[in-house]
Design a protein around this ligand. Structure first.
Ligand code: C2O
Ligand code: CU
Ligand code: CU
Length: 526
């Protein structure tokens, strides 16, 4: 066993309490497993059925406004995640993942979010004021979950979602300043499905349209979540959850399924593939349908990215089991079972193949604003470096602390409304990767280190994997809204400390901003 600083400290600690207190010898396995669950409580692989989050039902509008209205409460609750023990989660309506919100393009909705959480986090003690971000939506700044636009305990805020963009998989999650990582990790995350006619025509629907929210976690002996972000560099759990259950198994019929894969892990990135080596058909990215479907045998998937894949189970005999696996990527920390994610068991259940989408994989999909842009459309190129300065993560040396100190005025870019720009992000480090997220826009990845993007990235995106030693070039149009929006790393411990900045669309310093993200429509006591 290699003596690391940490094990040396453990040995020192044992010396202090006396060797008699040592009932089990230190082993490599103990040192390498962050969960301290007893063996009987450590979840088995493929023993739990995959749950599908319920759809959030509509509520009755409190006023005469006609747009669909929903209510959701942030609650602390006890969940069954590991066998034999309860785990405290913070969840939208007390469940993790939260209920799926389903919307249609062209129909704006309102969602009232109530903060009914304890005043302080039950395990880690920080104040539980929240901010709800709908990731993937071009919402107005005051409804975008701006980190410092907080909803305190017993307050609520009614968010407005325009649903003006093409169909896509979005997700809503907590974005509270400096505590996003612990809050999202505790369970404040859920999917949001925006539908439109193209997507209905091209992709499976209903029970064959399956959300898969993948996270990793570590548990203490009593079943509670534990948290170790390795000096704010990242959290790597040893238990993989899909839709809130460890290594679940799903029964599938012999036809094509669509999976909306969301990596909601706060730090871990995955390299997904099927255990039989079969390819999947990639049809949609963060911003919805790709222009052309891509066949891939594996894909690299960072936190907050969404990839929609089709898997054709028709060619497998009933009884076949296919695992979704994770081959991992550089600078993740892997454990005994983090190479496994979930399993699909092919059944002999009768299947209706009259819908062509059940049997035919699409090839040409639809174009989009982002994917139709050409470098010659850009009026400006901006360059940013992602780096660690004096132990603080920064974007070009800027932190959210600098934004706060400027009374939320400091911006790293001020594109004109409707302008097309190229933004370049450089990560010259070999020691970490950064999933860089730009609010408001969908972008196209033009290149990575001068090469074309990977096949699975050839669709509209709002998060880009900026790997070790990588420089990515992105092109985007600053459309939909004016105002101030965040840009940050989606490794959430990085975001919280303090790799987040903002840009302003359509305003120059000193202009009056009617959609001030904090002042325009603050949370209220119920
Ligand atoms: Cu999913 Cu600003 O975040
Ligand atoms: Cu976002
Ligand atoms: Cu980062």
């Amino acid at each position: 066993m290699t003596i690391t600083r940490r094990t040396a400290l453990q040995v020192g600690g044992i010396g202090a309490i006396g060797a008699a207190a040592l009932t089990v010898p230190l082993t490599q396995a103990q040192a390498s497993t962050p969960s301290t669950l007893a063996t009987a409580n450590f979840p088995k692989r493929f023993a739990t059925p995959l749950p599908i989050p319920k759809e959030l039902p509509r509520s009755t509008s409190p006023d005469a406004e006609a747009s669909p209205y929903y209510e959701i409460s942030e609650l602390a609750a006890e969940a069954d995640i590991v066998p034999g023990l309860k785990t405290t989660v913070l969840g939208y309506n007390g469940v993790f993942p939260g209920p799926t919100i389903v919307a249609d393009k062209g129909e704006p909705i309102r969602v009232k979010v109530r903060n009914k959480l304890p005043l302080l986090h039950p395990t880690w003690g920080h104040a539980l004021h929240t901010s709800t971000h709908l990731h993937g939506s071009a919402s107005l700044p005051q409804y975008d979950g701006y980190a410092s636009d907080l909803t305190a305990k017993d307050q609520s805020k009614t968010y407005r979602y325009p649903n003006s963009q093409p169909a896509r998989t979005l997700w809503y999650h907590d974005h509270a300043v400096h505590n996003t990582a612990q809050n999202a990790y505790s369970g404040l995350a859920g999917q949001y499905h925006l539908h439109d006619d193209d997507e209905r025509r091209l992709l499976p629907q209903g029970e064959f349209d399956v959300p898969l929210t993948v996270t990793d976690a570590m548990f203490s002996r009593n079943g509670k979540l534990s948290y170790d972000d390795k000096t704010q560099s990242g959290l790597w759990g040893d238990v993989i959850l899909v839709n809130g259950k460890p290594w679940p198994v799903m029964k599938v019929k012999r036809r094509i399924y669509r999976f909306r894969v969301l990596n909601a892990s706060i730090s871990r990135s995955y390299r997904f593939s099927l255990s039989n080596g079969a390819p999947v058909t990639m049809v949609a990215t963060d911003g919805g349908l790709m222009p052309v479907a891509q066949t891939v045998t594996s894909w690299r998937h960072a936190g907050a990215e969404r990839y929609e894949v089709l898997i054709d189970f028709s060619k497998y005999a009933p009884g076949t089991r296919i695992e979704l696996r994770n081959a991992s990527n550089k600078n993740n920390i892997d454990f005994d079972f983090t190479g496994k994610v979930m399993a699909f068991d092919v059944t002999a259940d009768p299947v209706d193949l009259s819908d062509p989408k059940a049997t035919k994989l699409p090839t040409t999909l639809v174009p989009s604003t982002a994917m139709s842009l050409k470098p010659s459309d850009a009026v400006k190129t901006r360059r940013f470096r992602l780096k660690r300065d004096n132990n603080i993560w920064t974007i070009d040396g800027i932190t959210w602390g600098d934004v706060i100190a400027s009374e939320y005025q400091k911006v790293i870019a001020d594109p004109d409304y409707d302008a097309v720009e190229i933004w370049e992000f450089e990560n010259s480090s070999g020691g970490w990767y950064h999933p860089l997220h730009i609010h408001l826009v969908d972008f196209q990845i033009l290149s990575r280190n001068g090469n074309p993007p990977f096949a699975w990235e050839k669709g509209p995106k709002d998060v880009v994997y900026v790997g070790e030693g990588e420089t990515v070039r992105l092109i985007m149009r600053f459309e939909h809204q004016k105002g101030r929006y965040m840009v940050h790393c989606h490794n959430l411990p990085h975001e919280d400390h303090d790799m987040m900045a903002q840009f302003s669309v359509g305003y120059k310093a000193g202009d009056y901003d009617a959609n001030d993200p904090i002042k325009a429509d603050p949370a209220k006591y119920d």
